[in-house]
Design a protein around this ligand. Structure first.
Ligand code: GTP
Ligand code: MG
Length: 203
């Protein structure tokens, strides 16, 4: 059985000081508010309500850690780019996410979710730029909202524009891409356990 199926909630960190002490390797999910990060965690873990999801953008404002035992941890980062979030909260987001990515933690990889219908917003591109050398995968989330033809079109566009092949169509509703993503995350965590971590480029 997949290590991800054993996920249990570990901690919600609202401030850098609240981050749990580093432990086994971590895989973080990042992306715009409402893109489906928490839903992806549930789909990957094969559970309905492990991570709290919401129709209201900006639901996850803390960094939420899920424990996979010795295998590692899944980390649900708070979303960015929600226009109605006040300036002070954006600064808080930046400090928290930046603090997490800069902390001396065993980060095995980052999954960036972009909305398949509106991918590559300036903030998405900025995040991918920040992550630099980090082991990275891009999910085109909510792919179920597109026809097959549209899916192939956007997949090709994003791969070409980003100049990377590790872009996958993903849907927590139809489970498209879920198994591939789970296999990738497990491979990252295993590499992390074997200490083959590439350096993190800071924000
Ligand atoms: P924040 O915590 O606000 O950053 O949002 P999030 O990225 O965690 O999004 P969340 O998983 O809470 O999902 C937001 C909304 O999108 C919810 O209404 C979900 O039901 C819906 N949603 C998530 N994934 C999918 C998907 O693959 N397909 C469709 N159609 N809807 C989805
Ligand atoms: Mg969320």
């Amino acid at each position: 059985m997949s290590a991800l199926a054993h996920a249990v909630f570990l901690r919600a960190a609202a401030r850098v000081a609240d981050l749990p002490p580093p432990g086994p390797p971590e895989v973080a999910l990042a992306g715009r508010s409402n893109v489906g990060k928490s839903s992806a965690i549930n789909a990957l873990a094969g559970r309905r309500s492990l991570a709290r999801t919401s129709k209201t953008p900006g639901r996850t404002q803390t960094i939420n850690f899920y424990d996979l035992g010795d295998a590692g941890r899944l980390v649900d980062l708070p979303g960015y780019g929600y226009a109605r979030v006040p300036q002070s909260m954006r600064a808080q987001w930046r400090e928290l996410v930046n603090g997490y990515l800069h902390a001396p933690r065993p980060l095995a990889g980052v999954v960036v979710l972009m909305d398949a219908r509106h991918p590559m917003t300036p903030l998405d591109l900025q995040l991918i730029g920040w992550l630099g050398e980090q082991r990275l995968a891009v999910l085109l989330a909510k792919a179920d909202k597109l026809s097959r033809g549209e899916q192939q079109q956007v997949l090709g566009d994003v791969r070409r524009t980003l100049g990377r092949e590790d872009v996958t169509l993903f849907s927590s509703v139809t489970r498209q891409g879920v198994e591939e993503c789970r296999d990738l995350l497990e491979a990252w965590l295993q590499a992390g356990r074997e200490n083959k971590k590439p350096p993190v480029k800071g924000i």
